[in-house]
Write a protein that binds this ligand. Structure first.
Ligand code: MN
Length: 254
């Protein structure tokens, strides 16, 4: 089993090292990660500047691009540098949550998306606590991947996993749940710069509906949330509805 590890917090992130250590005997590991932090870069790919790859140490490589660049280059292979042809891609352990709608911003999850698009099973793992408390998350990652690898892993397996900030013994277990709907309040903060001009900072505290059985409610109840994802973005009901609208290039009247 060849496993490619990546992340969006950068090649020197504690979560990536913890993941590498936790999975060290589950397969042949190769780490290809961004040279610098790339959180919230989503699924961006670098097309307008060259990319440099650097061997950090044996089996660990840094690329001065995004998580997507890392997975793409690692899977395609860099002659003389990286030849890993992974059977599985694991991204993380991210420093911070990737829950609900925020998955669309996540570089951690985008690395898994890229693997998925390349036909490789992928798991993204995020931890809600500080990077100096990664033990529960790395033990969880190891336990989960051992159980996944014991099966015939489907090629289209794409998982988003979040581990709550609890000691391992206090985790309630795994919950397989859909992504939640995140609602932000006070999203944009307006302040003034020293020259009196306004600037804006995106932030705000998220809330969610506690009645829904989602990754957010699972996490808040002490469970590790596991959400199978796919990249079929077409909205089937709207596809059917709009098919009846008879949009036309030859009709001037609304
Ligand atoms: Mn991150």
């Amino acid at each position: 089993m060849k496993i490619l590890l990546s992340n969006d917090d950068g090649v020197h992130a504690a979560g990536l090292s913890a993941l590498q250590e936790a999975l060290s005997d589950l397969g042949e590991l190769t780490v290809v990660a961004p040279e610098r932090e790339q959180s919230a870069t989503s699924h961006s790919v670098t097309l307008h500047q060259p990319l440099r790859a650097r061997k950090v140490r044996e089996g660990v490589f840094a690329i001065d691009g995004t998580p997507t660049d890392c997975v793409l280059l690692a899977v395609r292979g860099l002659p003389g540098l990286i030849q890993c042809q992974p059977d599985l891609v694991v991204s993380g352990i991210n420093h911070g949550p990737n829950l609900g709608d925020d998955v669309t911003y996540s570089g951690t999850v985008a690395a898994a998306f890229e693997a998925h698009l390349l036909g490789i099973p992928a798991v993204a793992i995020s931890f809600l606590g500080e990077p100096d408390r990664l033990e529960a998350a790395s033990r969880t990652a190891r336990l989960m991947l051992r159980q996944i690898l014991a099966r015939d892993v489907p090629r289209d397996l794409l998982l988003n996993v979040n581990v709550p900030d609890l000691p391992f013994d206090e985790l309630a277990g795994f919950r397989v749940v859909p992504l939640g709907k995140r609602v932000y309040t006070d999203v944009v903060v307006e302040r003034q710069d020293p020259r009196g001009r306004p600037y804006y900072w995106i932030g705000g505290q998220p809330t969610w509906n506690p009645d829904e059985d989602t990754d957010m409610t699972a996490i808040s109840a002490g469970y590790v949330s596991v959400t199978p994802l796919h990249l079929q973005l077409t909205h089937a009901p709207m596809l059917a509805t709009m098919g009846e609208w008879e949009l036309s290039l030859s009709n001037d009247e609304p």
